[in-house]
Design a protein around this ligand. Structure first.
Ligand SMILES: [Zn+2]
Length: 372
């Protein structure tokens, strides 16, 4: 990017105004101009074009010491909507959100076991088309556990299903006429934590503990998840993993393994599982041990557990922490390990958070500019 280019500077200032209003709510033009150190004519020009584009609206008055009460502006929350799709092991969720992250409509379909890429892809496209036909959708994001191509339009390789080179984003875009990208599911969960729970740690390890286990290593604006195989750290001597390996973390701690060992109890019936030979206690100890290894390599300041099994409750989370403290280097033993502040919404809100950021606020672009 050439910063001296007036068009680029204008684009950046436009994003700064949008992000400021997202953070502060209602402001006068004068406050915006002061806060961003931007001259008044430029501020007014940017605000006028944001109003014209439907992102911002006038309304309310702001009190000032001089007694003047200038007209305030704020985000026009329903001015543009985004659609987030979470393509998960059990369910495929569609969430229509406004600019403030309020979910206006929600639909949930059961993902078939071993879904066929073509058949299930068509179902996803159809549902997206239905949403796009009923509301002005500005952009779509699909989150799933997969490596994604650089232009973010196709699945290169899914972590769980034998899906290879599936141009899902491109197909959704062609059929809905709405710009669409794909994102790794844990990268999306990190964005949800930062957007909706105001997570500010510069370095963190985010583990999605669900039917499968996967993770992301976050270092400032860099989120690495697509090549990580945290769920397949060798933790046990025996136990055949779904990946073909022996003794992976998943064989002790993943929802699928707990379900198999407890003879078909749903992974969500955690009380039942707890009584089954201490299976859940073993799962927590293995998780804590694996986290100690990951923390030893990354030195993460914080560890966040998201996904369905992270809802196990405090007595079990303590077992994770105890195993971590037992195995971690003494200087790392007090690394905070917390459940996602978004609880059971941790995975669902990921695609919405990425959609708002990628298609509208571009806060990651602004952050990387600040770093340079
Ligand atoms: Zn494995």
């Amino acid at each position: 990017m050439k910063f001296s280019d007036p068009a680029t500077a204008r684009t950046i200032n436009r994003l700064r105004v949008l992000n400021l209003l997202r953070q502060e709510g209602t402001m006068s033009r004068a406050d915006i101009s002061r806060s961003l150190e931007l001259n008044k004519p430029s501020t007014s020009e940017i605000v006028a074009s944001l109003i014209k584009e439907g992102f911002v609206e006038e309304g309310g008055k702001v009190n000032t010491t001089s007694g003047r009460r200038p007209t305030a502006v704020s985000l026009k929350s329903d001015g543009h909507l985004v659609l987030g799709v979470e393509l998960g092991s059990f369910t495929t969720s569609f969430l229509l959100s406004d600019l403030k992250g309020t979910i206006l409509r929600y639909e949930r379909l059961p993902t078939p076991p071993e879904p066929d890429a073509k058949a299930w892809g068509e179902q996803v496209i159809k549902t997206c088309m239905k949403f796009a036909a009923s509301a002005p959708v500005y952009g779509i994001v699909v989150a799933t556990a997969a490596a994604i191509t650089a232009e973010r339009k196709a699945i290169l390789r899914h972590e769980v299903w034998p899906w290879r080179n599936i141009p899902l984003g491109e197909a959704i875009e062609v059929h809905t006429k709405v710009p669409t990208i794909l994102v790794h599911n844990v990268e999306a969960m990190v964005m949800a934590e930062r957007t909706f729970a105001k997570e500010q740690s510069e370095t963190l390890l985010y583990v999605n503990w669900a039917h499968h286990i996967n993770a992301a290593w976050v270092n400032n604006t860099t989120v690495s998840s697509q090549r990580s195989r945290f769920g397949h750290l060798p933790i046990a001597q025996t136990g055949l993993c779904q990946c073909g390996g022996i003794g992976c973390l998943e064989t002790v701690s993943a929802g699928w393994a707990l379900k198999e060992k407890s003879q078909g109890h749903s992974a969500k019936q955690l009380a039942a599982l707890a009584k089954t030979d201490g299976l859940l206690a073993q799962a927590c100890t293995a998780m804590g041990t694996a986290l100690a290894w990951a923390a030893s390599i990354t030195g993460a300041e914080k560890i966040i557990l998201g996904g369905g099994i992270a809802n196990i409750g405090e007595p079990y989370l303590s077992m994770v922490k105890d195993a971590f403290a037992h195995h971690a280097h003494h200087e790392l033993a007090h690394t905070p390990i917390v459940q996602s502040a978004l609880k059971e919404q941790s995975s669902n809100l990921g695609s919405v958070a990425v959609a708002l950021d990628h298609w509208i606020f571009r806060s990651s672009v602004l952050q990387s500019l600040n770093e340079h």
